[in-house]
Design a binder for this molecule. Structure first.
Ligand code: ADP
Length: 422
Protein backbone atom coordinates (compact mmCIF):
# COMPACT_ATOMS: atom_id res chain seq x y z
CA UNK A 1 0.00 0.00 0.00
CA UNK A 2 2.76 2.45 0.98
CA UNK A 3 4.91 1.47 -2.00
CA UNK A 4 2.04 2.31 -4.35
CA UNK A 5 1.44 5.59 -2.54
CA UNK A 6 5.16 6.38 -2.69
CA UNK A 7 5.25 5.82 -6.46
CA UNK A 8 2.01 7.73 -6.97
CA UNK A 9 3.31 10.75 -5.04
CA UNK A 10 6.59 10.67 -6.99
CA UNK A 11 4.65 10.47 -10.26
CA UNK A 12 2.53 13.51 -9.29
CA UNK A 13 5.71 15.36 -8.34
CA UNK A 14 7.21 14.29 -11.67
CA UNK A 15 4.30 15.75 -13.65
CA UNK A 16 4.52 19.00 -11.66
CA UNK A 17 8.30 19.11 -12.17
CA UNK A 18 8.07 18.48 -15.91
CA UNK A 19 5.44 21.20 -16.31
CA UNK A 20 7.48 23.55 -14.14
CA UNK A 21 10.69 22.85 -16.06
CA UNK A 22 8.87 23.22 -19.37
CA UNK A 23 7.45 26.61 -18.40
CA UNK A 24 10.73 27.84 -16.92
CA UNK A 25 12.82 26.72 -19.94
CA UNK A 26 10.38 27.99 -22.55
CA UNK A 27 9.97 31.20 -20.52
CA UNK A 28 13.74 31.77 -20.48
CA UNK A 29 13.93 31.01 -24.21
CA UNK A 30 10.99 33.20 -25.22
CA UNK A 31 12.06 36.06 -22.94
CA UNK A 32 15.65 36.06 -24.28
CA UNK A 33 14.31 35.97 -27.82
CA UNK A 34 11.90 38.85 -27.26
CA UNK A 35 14.64 41.00 -25.68
CA UNK A 36 17.02 40.12 -28.50
CA UNK A 37 14.47 40.81 -31.25
CA UNK A 38 13.44 44.09 -29.62
CA UNK A 39 17.05 45.18 -29.48
CA UNK A 40 17.56 44.19 -33.10
CA UNK A 41 14.46 45.99 -34.23
CA UNK A 42 15.65 49.19 -32.57
CA UNK A 43 19.11 48.82 -34.09
CA UNK A 44 17.68 48.30 -37.57
CA UNK A 45 15.33 51.22 -37.20
CA UNK A 46 18.25 53.50 -36.21
CA UNK A 47 20.23 52.13 -39.11
CA UNK A 48 17.39 52.84 -41.57
CA UNK A 49 17.24 56.42 -40.26
CA UNK A 50 20.98 56.81 -40.66
CA UNK A 51 20.81 55.56 -44.23
CA UNK A 52 17.95 57.89 -45.00
CA UNK A 53 19.84 60.86 -43.56
CA UNK A 54 22.94 59.92 -45.47
CA UNK A 55 20.91 59.79 -48.65
CA UNK A 56 20.26 63.47 -48.26
CA UNK A 57 23.83 64.45 -47.51
CA UNK A 58 26.55 65.14 -50.01
CA UNK A 59 30.05 66.50 -49.94
CA UNK A 60 31.40 69.13 -52.35
CA UNK A 61 33.98 68.08 -54.93
CA UNK A 62 35.95 70.77 -56.75
CA UNK A 63 37.40 70.29 -60.20
CA UNK A 64 38.83 72.38 -63.04
CA UNK A 65 36.96 72.58 -66.27
CA UNK A 66 38.66 74.61 -68.99
CA UNK A 67 40.38 76.73 -66.41
CA UNK A 68 37.23 77.25 -64.36
CA UNK A 69 36.98 75.78 -60.87
CA UNK A 70 33.68 74.04 -60.62
CA UNK A 71 31.94 72.51 -57.58
CA UNK A 72 30.04 69.26 -57.73
CA UNK A 73 28.04 67.67 -54.94
CA UNK A 74 28.80 64.00 -54.50
CA UNK A 75 26.69 61.87 -52.23
CA UNK A 76 28.45 60.25 -49.30
CA UNK A 77 29.18 56.60 -49.56
CA UNK A 78 26.56 55.10 -47.29
CA UNK A 79 28.53 52.11 -46.33
CA UNK A 80 31.55 54.12 -45.17
CA UNK A 81 30.32 54.36 -41.65
CA UNK A 82 28.33 51.10 -41.46
CA UNK A 83 27.32 50.33 -37.93
CA UNK A 84 25.37 47.16 -38.41
CA UNK A 85 26.31 44.02 -40.23
CA UNK A 86 23.30 44.36 -42.52
CA UNK A 87 22.31 44.97 -46.15
CA UNK A 88 20.43 48.01 -47.37
CA UNK A 89 18.11 48.93 -50.24
CA UNK A 90 16.70 52.43 -50.71
CA UNK A 91 13.65 52.89 -52.94
CA UNK A 92 12.35 56.15 -54.33
CA UNK A 93 8.66 56.85 -54.62
CA UNK A 94 8.46 54.95 -57.95
CA UNK A 95 9.71 51.79 -56.19
CA UNK A 96 12.98 52.07 -58.03
CA UNK A 97 16.02 51.09 -56.00
CA UNK A 98 18.25 54.20 -55.81
CA UNK A 99 20.84 52.58 -53.63
CA UNK A 100 21.60 49.08 -52.60
CA UNK A 101 24.32 47.37 -50.67
CA UNK A 102 23.18 43.81 -50.95
CA UNK A 103 26.30 41.80 -50.24
CA UNK A 104 26.77 38.40 -51.83
CA UNK A 105 23.30 36.91 -51.69
CA UNK A 106 20.76 39.15 -53.31
CA UNK A 107 17.17 38.94 -52.08
CA UNK A 108 15.92 42.38 -53.07
CA UNK A 109 13.33 40.96 -55.48
CA UNK A 110 11.97 38.57 -52.83
CA UNK A 111 11.39 41.30 -50.29
CA UNK A 112 10.30 44.03 -52.68
CA UNK A 113 6.67 43.30 -51.84
CA UNK A 114 7.37 44.54 -48.30
CA UNK A 115 8.64 47.86 -49.64
CA UNK A 116 5.61 48.18 -51.92
CA UNK A 117 3.33 47.49 -48.88
CA UNK A 118 5.15 50.21 -46.94
CA UNK A 119 4.40 52.71 -49.73
CA UNK A 120 0.76 51.62 -49.93
CA UNK A 121 0.09 51.69 -46.21
CA UNK A 122 2.51 54.51 -45.39
CA UNK A 123 3.97 52.64 -42.43
CA UNK A 124 6.99 50.63 -41.28
CA UNK A 125 7.20 46.88 -40.91
CA UNK A 126 9.51 44.44 -39.19
CA UNK A 127 9.44 40.75 -40.04
CA UNK A 128 11.45 37.62 -40.50
CA UNK A 129 11.19 35.72 -43.77
CA UNK A 130 12.64 32.55 -45.19
CA UNK A 131 14.20 33.21 -48.57
CA UNK A 132 15.87 30.25 -50.19
CA UNK A 133 17.70 28.33 -47.54
CA UNK A 134 18.07 31.17 -45.05
CA UNK A 135 15.99 33.23 -42.70
CA UNK A 136 16.18 37.00 -42.94
CA UNK A 137 15.22 39.73 -40.53
CA UNK A 138 13.86 42.68 -42.51
CA UNK A 139 13.10 46.19 -41.33
CA UNK A 140 11.19 48.27 -43.89
CA UNK A 141 11.06 51.97 -43.01
CA UNK A 142 8.76 54.40 -44.78
CA UNK A 143 9.77 58.07 -45.12
CA UNK A 144 7.70 60.95 -46.41
CA UNK A 145 8.95 64.55 -46.34
CA UNK A 146 9.47 67.52 -48.64
CA UNK A 147 11.95 65.57 -50.71
CA UNK A 148 9.18 63.05 -51.44
CA UNK A 149 8.44 59.48 -50.36
CA UNK A 150 11.02 56.77 -50.00
CA UNK A 151 11.51 53.43 -48.31
CA UNK A 152 14.65 52.10 -46.72
CA UNK A 153 14.96 48.36 -46.26
CA UNK A 154 17.55 47.00 -43.89
CA UNK A 155 17.94 43.24 -43.71
CA UNK A 156 20.16 40.68 -42.09
CA UNK A 157 20.80 37.03 -42.65
CA UNK A 158 20.07 35.25 -39.33
CA UNK A 159 21.87 31.98 -40.04
CA UNK A 160 24.47 32.50 -37.30
CA UNK A 161 21.88 33.42 -34.74
CA UNK A 162 19.71 30.46 -35.74
CA UNK A 163 22.63 28.20 -34.89
CA UNK A 164 22.90 29.97 -31.51
CA UNK A 165 19.17 29.74 -30.89
CA UNK A 166 19.12 26.05 -31.70
CA UNK A 167 22.13 25.59 -29.38
CA UNK A 168 20.26 27.44 -26.63
CA UNK A 169 17.19 25.26 -27.23
CA UNK A 170 19.32 22.09 -26.98
CA UNK A 171 21.04 23.34 -23.80
CA UNK A 172 17.73 24.29 -22.16
CA UNK A 173 16.19 20.97 -23.19
CA UNK A 174 19.21 19.11 -21.81
CA UNK A 175 19.14 21.06 -18.54
CA UNK A 176 15.36 20.57 -18.34
CA UNK A 177 15.56 16.80 -18.83
CA UNK A 178 18.54 16.23 -16.53
CA UNK A 179 17.13 18.67 -13.94
CA UNK A 180 13.79 16.87 -14.00
CA UNK A 181 15.51 13.48 -13.63
CA UNK A 182 17.64 14.67 -10.70
CA UNK A 183 14.64 16.29 -9.03
CA UNK A 184 12.58 13.15 -9.62
CA UNK A 185 15.18 11.02 -7.85
CA UNK A 186 15.36 13.59 -5.04
CA UNK A 187 11.59 13.74 -4.78
CA UNK A 188 11.45 9.92 -4.63
CA UNK A 189 13.92 9.94 -1.72
CA UNK A 190 12.25 12.87 0.05
CA UNK A 191 8.74 11.47 -0.43
CA UNK A 192 10.01 8.21 1.06
CA UNK A 193 11.41 10.12 4.04
CA UNK A 194 8.18 12.08 4.48
CA UNK A 195 6.15 8.87 4.33
CA UNK A 196 8.27 7.04 6.93
CA UNK A 197 6.64 8.61 10.03
CA UNK A 198 3.17 8.13 8.49
CA UNK A 199 4.04 4.52 7.76
CA UNK A 200 5.31 4.02 11.31
CA UNK A 201 2.22 5.67 12.83
CA UNK A 202 -0.02 3.55 10.62
CA UNK A 203 1.80 0.35 11.62
CA UNK A 204 1.66 1.35 15.29
CA UNK A 205 -2.02 2.14 14.99
CA UNK A 206 -2.61 -1.25 13.36
CA UNK A 207 -0.68 -2.99 16.14
CA UNK A 208 -2.53 -0.93 18.73
CA UNK A 209 -5.95 -1.94 17.41
CA UNK A 210 -4.89 -5.60 17.25
CA UNK A 211 -3.44 -5.48 20.78
CA UNK A 212 -6.46 -3.62 22.16
CA UNK A 213 -8.86 -6.17 20.68
CA UNK A 214 -6.74 -8.98 22.08
CA UNK A 215 -6.55 -7.38 25.54
CA UNK A 216 -10.30 -6.82 25.61
CA UNK A 217 -10.97 -10.33 24.40
CA UNK A 218 -9.08 -11.93 27.30
CA UNK A 219 -11.16 -10.52 30.23
CA UNK A 220 -14.29 -11.01 28.18
CA UNK A 221 -13.51 -14.72 27.79
CA UNK A 222 -12.83 -15.00 31.54
CA UNK A 223 -16.18 -13.31 32.31
CA UNK A 224 -18.02 -15.59 29.88
CA UNK A 225 -16.41 -18.74 31.23
CA UNK A 226 -17.18 -17.81 34.86
CA UNK A 227 -20.76 -16.85 34.04
CA UNK A 228 -21.20 -20.10 32.07
CA UNK A 229 -20.26 -22.01 35.23
CA UNK A 230 -22.80 -20.00 37.24
CA UNK A 231 -25.51 -20.56 34.63
CA UNK A 232 -24.88 -24.29 34.42
CA UNK A 233 -25.45 -24.59 38.18
CA UNK A 234 -29.22 -24.16 37.97
CA UNK A 235 -29.98 -24.88 41.65
CA UNK A 236 -26.94 -23.06 43.12
CA UNK A 237 -27.31 -19.93 45.26
CA UNK A 238 -25.41 -16.69 44.81
CA UNK A 239 -23.30 -17.58 47.85
CA UNK A 240 -22.40 -20.93 46.40
CA UNK A 241 -21.30 -19.30 43.15
CA UNK A 242 -19.59 -16.32 44.77
CA UNK A 243 -16.15 -17.29 43.60
CA UNK A 244 -17.21 -17.35 39.90
CA UNK A 245 -19.17 -14.13 40.23
CA UNK A 246 -16.19 -12.48 41.96
CA UNK A 247 -13.89 -13.59 39.15
CA UNK A 248 -16.23 -12.14 36.54
CA UNK A 249 -16.59 -8.93 38.52
CA UNK A 250 -12.86 -8.38 38.92
CA UNK A 251 -12.43 -8.90 35.18
CA UNK A 252 -15.02 -6.19 34.48
CA UNK A 253 -12.82 -3.88 36.58
CA UNK A 254 -9.81 -4.77 34.42
CA UNK A 255 -11.90 -4.08 31.33
CA UNK A 256 -13.11 -0.75 32.66
CA UNK A 257 -9.52 0.29 33.47
CA UNK A 258 -8.35 -0.84 30.04
CA UNK A 259 -11.09 1.07 28.23
CA UNK A 260 -10.33 4.13 30.34
CA UNK A 261 -6.66 3.98 29.39
CA UNK A 262 -7.46 3.28 25.73
CA UNK A 263 -9.60 6.39 25.66
CA UNK A 264 -6.78 8.50 27.11
CA UNK A 265 -4.34 7.20 24.48
CA UNK A 266 -6.84 7.59 21.64
CA UNK A 267 -7.37 11.22 22.64
CA UNK A 268 -3.62 11.66 22.96
CA UNK A 269 -3.13 10.31 19.44
CA UNK A 270 -5.72 12.68 18.05
CA UNK A 271 -4.09 15.55 19.91
CA UNK A 272 -7.44 16.14 21.60
CA UNK A 273 -6.05 16.05 25.11
CA UNK A 274 -5.07 19.60 25.95
CA UNK A 275 -3.20 20.49 29.12
CA UNK A 276 -5.18 22.32 31.75
CA UNK A 277 -2.30 24.20 33.37
CA UNK A 278 -2.50 25.57 36.91
CA UNK A 279 -0.06 26.13 39.77
CA UNK A 280 -0.36 23.70 42.65
CA UNK A 281 1.63 21.99 45.36
CA UNK A 282 3.11 18.79 43.94
CA UNK A 283 4.15 17.89 47.50
CA UNK A 284 0.47 17.62 48.45
CA UNK A 285 -0.33 15.52 45.40
CA UNK A 286 2.48 13.06 46.13
CA UNK A 287 1.51 12.85 49.81
CA UNK A 288 -2.08 12.19 48.88
CA UNK A 289 -1.14 9.44 46.41
CA UNK A 290 1.23 7.86 48.96
CA UNK A 291 -1.48 7.84 51.63
CA UNK A 292 -3.78 5.76 49.46
CA UNK A 293 -1.00 3.40 48.33
CA UNK A 294 0.56 2.89 51.75
CA UNK A 295 -2.29 0.59 52.83
CA UNK A 296 -1.71 -1.75 49.89
CA UNK A 297 2.02 -1.79 50.65
CA UNK A 298 1.38 -2.58 54.30
CA UNK A 299 -0.94 -5.42 53.27
CA UNK A 300 1.92 -6.87 51.24
CA UNK A 301 4.31 -6.42 54.16
CA UNK A 302 6.59 -4.02 52.39
CA UNK A 303 7.94 -0.82 53.84
CA UNK A 304 6.64 2.40 52.39
CA UNK A 305 9.16 5.22 52.85
CA UNK A 306 8.41 8.82 51.83
CA UNK A 307 10.88 11.72 51.60
CA UNK A 308 8.66 14.52 50.41
CA UNK A 309 10.00 18.05 50.47
CA UNK A 310 7.33 20.53 51.45
CA UNK A 311 5.91 23.26 49.22
CA UNK A 312 7.27 22.02 45.93
CA UNK A 313 5.00 23.93 43.58
CA UNK A 314 4.69 23.25 39.88
CA UNK A 315 2.70 24.64 36.97
CA UNK A 316 1.15 21.66 35.25
CA UNK A 317 -2.04 19.76 34.50
CA UNK A 318 -3.16 18.64 37.98
CA UNK A 319 -5.15 15.55 36.94
CA UNK A 320 -2.54 14.26 34.55
CA UNK A 321 0.38 14.75 36.91
CA UNK A 322 -1.56 13.00 39.64
CA UNK A 323 -2.30 10.13 37.28
CA UNK A 324 1.43 9.87 36.47
CA UNK A 325 2.32 9.72 40.18
CA UNK A 326 -0.34 7.02 40.75
CA UNK A 327 0.99 4.89 37.87
CA UNK A 328 4.60 4.98 39.16
CA UNK A 329 3.75 4.33 42.82
CA UNK A 330 1.15 1.67 41.93
CA UNK A 331 3.67 -0.18 39.75
CA UNK A 332 6.34 -0.02 42.47
CA UNK A 333 3.98 -1.60 45.01
CA UNK A 334 2.59 -4.06 42.43
CA UNK A 335 6.00 -5.38 41.31
CA UNK A 336 7.59 -5.58 44.79
CA UNK A 337 7.12 -8.60 47.02
CA UNK A 338 9.58 -7.78 49.81
CA UNK A 339 11.70 -4.87 50.91
CA UNK A 340 10.62 -1.28 50.44
CA UNK A 341 9.14 1.31 48.14
CA UNK A 342 10.70 4.76 48.53
CA UNK A 343 8.98 7.84 47.16
CA UNK A 344 11.08 11.02 47.02
CA UNK A 345 10.27 14.58 46.00
CA UNK A 346 13.04 17.18 46.17
CA UNK A 347 14.40 20.28 44.52
CA UNK A 348 17.86 20.01 43.05
CA UNK A 349 19.46 23.06 41.40
CA UNK A 350 16.16 24.59 40.31
CA UNK A 351 14.91 21.24 39.02
CA UNK A 352 12.19 19.37 40.81
CA UNK A 353 12.81 15.69 41.01
CA UNK A 354 10.21 13.05 41.77
CA UNK A 355 11.41 9.47 42.08
CA UNK A 356 9.86 6.15 42.95
CA UNK A 357 12.30 3.43 43.92
CA UNK A 358 11.53 -0.16 44.80
CA UNK A 359 13.28 -3.39 45.72
CA UNK A 360 11.03 -5.46 43.51
CA UNK A 361 11.45 -7.86 40.61
CA UNK A 362 13.27 -5.32 38.40
CA UNK A 363 13.28 -5.15 34.65
CA UNK A 364 15.83 -6.90 32.45
CA UNK A 365 17.92 -4.84 30.04
CA UNK A 366 16.21 -5.99 26.87
CA UNK A 367 12.83 -4.91 28.25
CA UNK A 368 14.04 -1.52 29.51
CA UNK A 369 13.90 0.05 26.04
CA UNK A 370 10.36 -1.15 25.45
CA UNK A 371 8.89 -0.57 28.87
CA UNK A 372 7.13 2.64 27.76
CA UNK A 373 5.62 0.99 24.66
CA UNK A 374 1.90 0.41 24.58
CA UNK A 375 0.76 -3.01 25.83
CA UNK A 376 4.32 -3.97 26.60
CA UNK A 377 4.58 -6.15 29.66
CA UNK A 378 7.95 -7.54 30.66
CA UNK A 379 6.55 -10.85 31.75
CA UNK A 380 3.02 -11.24 30.50
CA UNK A 381 2.39 -14.62 32.10
CA UNK A 382 3.52 -13.57 35.57
CA UNK A 383 1.93 -10.19 35.81
CA UNK A 384 -1.38 -10.51 34.12
CA UNK A 385 -3.53 -9.68 37.11
CA UNK A 386 -4.65 -6.08 37.01
CA UNK A 387 -2.00 -5.07 34.49
CA UNK A 388 -2.87 -3.65 31.10
CA UNK A 389 0.58 -2.68 29.83
CA UNK A 390 -0.67 0.84 29.17
CA UNK A 391 0.20 2.61 32.43
CA UNK A 392 3.80 3.51 31.62
CA UNK A 393 2.99 4.61 28.06
CA UNK A 394 0.41 7.00 29.50
CA UNK A 395 2.93 8.20 32.12
CA UNK A 396 5.52 8.80 29.40
CA UNK A 397 3.00 10.66 27.25
CA UNK A 398 2.06 12.90 30.21
CA UNK A 399 5.75 13.63 30.91
CA UNK A 400 6.49 14.37 27.25
CA UNK A 401 3.44 16.60 26.93
CA UNK A 402 4.76 18.65 29.89
CA UNK A 403 8.29 18.56 28.45
CA UNK A 404 9.46 16.71 31.58
CA UNK A 405 11.82 13.77 31.40
CA UNK A 406 10.82 10.34 32.66
CA UNK A 407 13.63 7.79 32.98
CA UNK A 408 14.08 4.35 34.45
CA UNK A 409 17.00 2.46 35.95
CA UNK A 410 16.51 -1.15 36.91
CA UNK A 411 18.26 -4.37 37.80
CA UNK A 412 16.51 -7.72 37.76
CA UNK A 413 15.70 -8.98 41.28
CA UNK A 414 17.28 -5.86 42.84
CA UNK A 415 14.75 -3.20 42.02
CA UNK A 416 13.75 -0.29 39.83
CA UNK A 417 13.87 3.47 40.04
CA UNK A 418 11.63 5.73 37.97
CA UNK A 419 12.63 9.40 37.94
CA UNK A 420 10.59 12.35 36.74
CA UNK A 421 12.60 15.56 36.24
CA UNK A 422 10.60 18.77 35.99
P1 ADP B 1 1.00 -2.75 33.69
O1 ADP B 1 -0.41 -2.39 33.70
O2 ADP B 1 1.27 -4.09 33.11
O3 ADP B 1 1.70 -2.50 34.97
P2 ADP B 1 2.68 -0.63 32.76
O4 ADP B 1 2.71 0.07 31.44
O5 ADP B 1 2.46 0.21 33.95
O6 ADP B 1 1.62 -1.75 32.61
O7 ADP B 1 4.05 -1.37 32.89
C1 ADP B 1 4.56 -2.09 31.82
C2 ADP B 1 5.45 -3.22 32.31
O8 ADP B 1 6.61 -2.67 32.88
C3 ADP B 1 4.85 -4.06 33.40
O9 ADP B 1 4.06 -5.10 32.86
C4 ADP B 1 6.06 -4.60 34.12
O10 ADP B 1 6.55 -5.73 33.43
C5 ADP B 1 7.08 -3.47 33.95
N1 ADP B 1 7.17 -2.62 35.15
C6 ADP B 1 6.59 -1.42 35.34
N2 ADP B 1 6.93 -0.91 36.53
C7 ADP B 1 7.73 -1.82 37.13
C8 ADP B 1 8.43 -1.87 38.38
N3 ADP B 1 8.36 -0.90 39.29
N4 ADP B 1 9.19 -2.97 38.64
C9 ADP B 1 9.29 -3.96 37.74
N5 ADP B 1 8.67 -3.96 36.53
C10 ADP B 1 7.90 -2.90 36.24
Amino acid sequence: MFRKLHLKLTAYMGVILILFMFFVASGIYKFTKIIFEDGNKELMKTEALRIYNYKNTAFPEFFLNNGTLLKRLRPNNLTDSKRLDACYIVYDEYLTPVFSDEGEIKIADDIKALASNAFEQGKDSYTTLKVGRFNYRIYTKYFSDITGQSVVQVYQNTVNEDILWSFLRTVLFGIGISGTLILLVLSYILTGKALTPIKETWMRQKEFVADASHELRTPLTVIQTNLDVVLSDEDGTVDENEIWIDNAYSETRVMAKLIDQLLILAKADNNEEKLDISEFSFSEVVENVCNSMEVIAKNKNIDFITNIEENVNIKADYDKIRRLAVILVDNAVKYTEKGAVTVTLKTDKNRKIFSVEDTGIGICEKDLDRIFDRFYRADKARHREGGTGLGLSIAKWIADKHKYSLTVESTVNVGSKFTLRM
